[in-house]
Design a protein around this ligand. Sequence first.
Ligand SMILES: Cc1ncc(COP(=O)(O)O)c(C=O)c1O
Length: 435
Amino acid sequence: MTLMQQGAQEIIEKRKQYILPCITHYYEDPPEFVRGEMQYLYDNQGKKYLDCFAGVVTVNSGHCHPEIASAIIRQVQTLQHTTTLYLTRPMVDLAEKLAEITPGSLQRSFICNSGTEATEGACLLAKIHTGAHEFIALRHSFHGRSIIAMTLTGQSSWRIGGPYVFGVNFVSSAYCYRCPFGQSYPGCDLECAKDVENIIRTSTSTRVAAMIAEPIQGNGGVITPPPPYFKKVQEILKRYGALLISDEVQTGFGRTGGKWFGIEQWGVEPDILTMAKGFGNGWPIGGFIAKPEIADSIKGGQHFSTYGGNPVSSVAALANIRVIEKSNLAQNAATVGAYFKDKLLELQQKYSLIGDVRGMGLMLGMELVKDRKTKEPAAKEMARVMEICKDDGVLIGKGGLDGNVIRIKPPLCITKGDVDSAAAVMDKAFAQVQK
Ligand SMILES: Cc1ncc(COP(=O)(O)O)c(C=O)c1O
C-alpha cells in the first residue's frame, strides 16, 4: 500500500467507525486531499489534480482564493456571531449587492446556511404570499434534503424516508435527449412547457403557490431546456397566480457564462431566487431573494435562522461576489466553457459511448450510453472513466437518474490550457473504456 493509500485508508476506517454510513465517497481508490489552490487540488503526496467538479459546483472563484480567505480571517478575528437580533453591517451590505446583481426587481433577501434551507424558506414565503399550499416541481430535479426539499426532488435516489408533504405535483422535465413526449426541438411545440398547465388543471385545485425549477438541472444530469421553455412556463404560471422560484444553487454566480444567474439565460425574471454553493465559494451560506411585494408578505418572527446572515459568512459571500466581478469570471465561464464544450463535442465524434453533450458556460454534461440507438445508460463505464481521469489528475463529477452523466463544473477561473489537459485525459480514458 502506498503512503497515499494508507492516508486514505485511515480516513475510510474512521468514517466507518464514527460517521453515519450515508456519507459515501467517490472512487474505488480515493486520494486524500490536503490543499487547494484556485482550480487545483493536491493530495497527501503533493500530486496535483485539475478540479473539474469544484466541490460539487461550489468553488466558483477558486480554492482558497486569497482575497476571500483574507476577508474571512479578518472578520473571524473581529466579530463572528451575534444573530440578526442585533445589528451588524455585513449581512445588509451583502443583501444590497444581491439586489444589484440579481435579475429584475428581486430586492429583499433572507440569508441562511444552505441550499436546503433556502428551498424551505422560499417555499414558506410563496405559501404565505399566495395563501396557496400546492407546489409544482420538475422530474429529475434536486432541491435539497429536508422533507419539503426531498418532496420537491424528482429523483427516487434522493427521495428517502417518505411519505412526503402533500400537494406537490411533478411536471415533465425539458429533457430533449430523452424527450418524455417522443418529440424533438424545435418542431415539438414545447409539450413539456404545456405539461405545466395540464398538471395544474388535472392534478391541483388550480391554487398553486409556486413552481420551483433549476434553470439547468444539475444533479439530474445537466438537463438543459430549450431556450423558450421558461418564458412559456412563466406565462402559464402567471395565468394561475403561481410564483416561479428559480433554484440557482448550482446555476448561480456566473456558472452558466456571461450572466450572474442561470434564469437570465432564458430571459425570465423569477419571483423568488434561491442560492447556495457558489454563493460562498465553499464557505457555508445560502439564501433567497424575492420581489419586494412578495417579500413583504412575511412578517416579523415568521422566519429566522441562528447562523443566517452571520458576519463571517456574509463577508465571505461578498468578497466572493467581488472576485467574480473583478476577475470577469462569468465572462471567463462563457469563453472557456464554449471552448470546453467544443472539446467534448470532438470527443463525442470519436466515442459512441458519449450519447449527448449539453449545458452552457462551465455547467457541462456528457451522457454516456451503451448504444446510441437504445440509449441504455452506461453507468459502469461512467465509473471507470471517472476513476481513470482521477488517476491521471482530473476530477470530474457524476449525475443523472442512472449515474451515467459526466458533470463538468470546474472553478470559473479555469483556463483554455487546463481544458486542453482535461480533454486529453478524458480522451485517453474513453479510449481505454470503449475498447
Ligand atoms: C439545485 C440544488 N438545490 C438545492 C440543493 C441543496 O443544497 P445544500 O446541499 O446546500 O443543502 C442542491 C445541492 O445539494 C442543489 O444542487
